[in-house]
Design a protein around this ligand. Structure first.
Ligand SMILES: CC(C)(COP(=O)(O)OP(=O)(O)OC[C@H]1O[C@@H](n2cnc3c(N)ncnc32)[C@H](O)[C@@H]1OP(=O)(O)O)[C@@H](O)C(=O)NCCC(=O)NCCS
Length: 172
């Protein structure tokens, strides 16, 4: 499935995306915000194969409208409880701050709530990631708790913010 917005195109991940994912996950400017801090090409190829097989409808590469691959996004479903956890990475820092992330979040919440009829979408974000937090709050996510000093980065411990949005809040 491919989802088209104004600034981004969300498309299925491909095996030839793997080297870019490896570069992004190993870039300290990017992975400081992610739980993965190191990744090899064989591991990434395996991830792409598994995602294509197990979650073809909820894992996407993010391309710009010009067709440049800049990141990935996914919903990990909890089918029993009809909810999902959300993740996003724009791996090319020069594409940050251009509205690509905000539009991707909108498209993914539309998929989650209108098309898939999920009840709830949740995510985790590090306290030192104000860019991501702004995008999530603007999309309607609420803060629902803090894992205190859960992440160790740069020789310090940092809080992790738990956020969520419900279907009825999105539809309002
Ligand atoms: C987080 C991420 C998805 C956001 O996507 P993006 O395309 O960069 O975000 P947008 O351009 O849509 O919006 C960013 C907003 O944050 C604001 N912002 C940027 N830096 C900020 C800061 N230090 N403090 C507060 N707001 C900030 C921008 O001004 C912008 O708001 P505006 O549209 O009102 O001007 C993307 O930057 C990314 O993938 N980063 C690396 C990986 C990551 O952090 N993933 C999320 C893990 S939870």
């Amino acid at each position: 499935m491919t989802i088209r917005g104004k600034k981004v195109v969300l498309r299925p991940v491909r095996l030839d995306d793997a080297p870019r994912f490896v570069a992004w996950f190993n870039n300290p400017s990017v992975n400081r915000y992610l739980h993965i801090r190191k990744l090899t090409l064989p591991e990434e190829k395996q991830w792409v194969k598994t995602r294509k097989k197990e979650r073809p409808q909820t894992t996407f590469a993010i391309d710009t409208s010009e067709g440049i691959h800049v990141g990935s996004t996914s919903l990990i479903l909890d089918k029993r409880n009809n909810n999902a956890s959300f993740g996003i990475m724009i791996g090319e820092p020069r594409y940050w701050g251009r509205g690509l992330g905000s539009e991707t979040v909108q498209l993914m919440l539309d998929l989650a709530f209108r098309k898939m009829k999920l009840h709830r979408v949740e995510l985790k974000v590090y306290s030192y990631n104000p860019r991501a937090r702004k995008v999530y709050i603007r999309a309607g996510f609420c803060n629902e708790g803090i894992k205190r000093e859960h992440v160790r980065f740069g020789g310090k411990y940092h809080d992790v913010h738990m956020m969520s949005i419900l279907q009825r809040e999105w539809l309002e």
